[in-house]
Design a protein. Structure first.
Length: 522
């Protein structure tokens, strides 16, 4: 399901590129990540539920009936999860960047295809497989399997000591998130590519021999034609003043271009440093804040600006920072509404949104700890540039938040089902967590193996993305789903905030056989 969804999405995305911008580059990599994630998750959700219904009846429930029952439960969860993930990915359009817009389009396409395939093709394939779906073991078991001791042991502290578990869990996540406050963003320059690439090695050799031919600022100015002489004098003074600063590289002659009438001028000012070097930003600030205002800025009505790689890096990073809160706000509000419509409880919707956000913030904090410093360079084979790629945090947030939504919806749907059958809130929480723990963990392990593979690439941006996603999925599946979620839901139950719509009037029994199928059909 994952592979076919990815292949189909690449074809659809290729067609969509005729109507929407296509930035190429990392789009295919991110599409593959998301496609693997949702394809695997949705398939596991279905398969787990079908086997569970077969096991509940000792194999007497037919495969067709179990698939129909799974469609009414896991299928509904898949549909809701797909819509929620698409809503979270749509937030990337608010960044106003062609790369993020391309990534959003590609990922929405792959999620939609995986979701539709899981609701149509997957049940058909499972029906075709028939009894072989049991793996040859279920028929030899006439009684349901005993409860997992591992999950029971891990869940016990959360259920017995919810206050202490909540404090410890939140302290760990908030502590790991705290370094994100010191996050430094910059656009990845040529220096972030590995030296093993021949083109990069040649570029570095040439810029070392000819530093004036490397990175440069482009100062442009325009005045009225009658002020052309003033502009020429101001630009000459500007170029001369840069020669007195060590932040700028020397040139054999001023690199000035002017319009025929002299009213528009472009001046190239080379620097010694790569784009991501702090001294490149320092020279940019000096040029924008002092040198240009003191020269060209003294001409009445003159307009001027600075372009070039360092200017683009600084301006784009500022744009990302300014749009970050907008994207976060949109995604959190959209998912909050979806969770409320799904579970009919503002408390549960807010709880889910906060936990999903914590997973992403924790990944951000870990990124800062590992990649902005130098202590992990030997462990992960990279050279720290002292910053994170400007696009990395938002990509981590979009992907990880979507995966967290998948897991959260699956777990809370199981809890709601148990409560609707008449179980007490604490019993419903326990059953929902334990019944979903194996499939959530399996999906997390598979996704971690995919993400970890990106850590071994030469590109530091892909290392950052793979590391953050692998760690985020691990913490989300273990700390959030096994510790924090049951502990916080237990606190909600104890304070009387348990959703009344989740409570059934009937006895606390699980439907089986024909009753299960009738319930699913209804």
């Amino acid at each position: 399901m994952a592979i076919t969804s990815i292949i189909a999405s690449m074809g659809v995305y290729a067609l969509s590129s005729y109507f929407f911008p296509n930035a190429g580059g990392a789009v295919v990599s991110v599409l593959t990540m998301i496609g693997m994630a949702v394809g695997v998750d949705y398939s596991l959700f279905y398969l787990k539920r079908i086997r569970e219904e077969r096991l509940r009846t000792g194999g007497t429930l037919s495969v067709a009936a179990s698939i129909e029952a799974a469609a009414a439960t896991a299928g509904r969860t898949v549909l809701t999860a797909g819509i929620a993930v698409i809503a979270s990915l749509a937030g990337l359009y608010l960044v106003g960047d062609v790369v993020f817009s391309s990534i959003a389009t590609a990922c929405i396409v792959v999620v939609a295809i995986a979701m539709i395939s899981s609701l149509t093709v997957l049940p058909a394939l499972l029906a075709k497989i028939g009894r072989r779906i049991d793996g040859g073991k279920l028929m030899r078991r006439k009684q349901p399997r005993s409860e997992s001791r591992v999950w029971s042991a891990m869940l016990r502290p959360s259920m017995k000591h919810p206050v202490a578990t909540s404090i410890i869990g939140l302290t760990v996540l908030i502590g790991l998130s705290a370094p994100a406050l010191g996050m430094k963003l910059s656009v990845e320059g040529k220096e972030t590519f590995p030296d093993s690439l021949q083109t990069i090695a040649a570029y570095e050799a040439m810029t070392e021999a000819f530093p004036a031919e490397g990175v440069f600022h482009m100062a442009v100015a325009e005045v009225e034609p009658s002020q052309a002489d003033e502009l020429a004098a101001a630009v000459t003074e500007l170029e001369a003043r840069t020669r007195d600063s060590d932040l700028f590289a020397e040139t054999d002659h001023p690199r000035i271009r002017a319009s025929p009438d002299g009213s528009a001028v472009a001046l190239e000012l080379p620097i010694h440093y790569p784009t991501s070097d702090p001294r490149a930003a320092e020279s940019l600030n000096l040029l924008r804040d002092e040198l240009l205002p003191d020269t060209v800025g003294q001409i009445d009505g003159a307009t001027y600006a600075v372009s070039g790689e360092p200017a683009y890096a600084a301006d784009f990073s500022d744009l990302q920072s300014s749009r970050l809160l907008v994207v976060l706000g949109f995604v959190l509000l959209a998912t909050l509404l979806i969770m409320f419509l799904t579970f009919k409880s503002w408390i549960m919707a807010a709880l889910s949104t906060i936990l999903n956000l914590l997973s992403s913030l924790t990944a951000w904090g870990a990124l800062v700890l590992v990649f902005q410093g130098t202590w992990a360079e030997g462990l992960l084979a990279f050279e720290s540039p002292g910053f994170l790629g400007s696009r990395t945090p938002l990509m981590v947030f979009a992907i990880l938040y979507g995966l967290s939504l998948d897991y959260q919806l699956f777990v809370m749907s199981r809890i709601k089902e148990a409560a609707k059958r008449g179980l007490t809130p604490r019993a419903a929480i326990r059953e929902g967590i334990i019944s979903s723990a194996s499939v959530v963990t399996s999906a997390a392990v598979i996704m971690m193996s995919v993400f970890v593979a990106f850590i071994f690439t030469d590109r530091i941006e892909m290392k950052q993305l793979g590391f953050a996603l692998a760690l985020g999925v691990l913490l989300d599946a273990v700390v959030v789903r096994i510790m924090l979620l049951p502990a916080l839901m237990s606190l909600v139950e104890r304070r009387g905030w348990w959703p009344m719509r989740w409570q059934a009037n009937g006895p606390a029994v699980a439907p089986a056989g024909a009753e299960l199928l009738d319930s699913a059909r209804r």
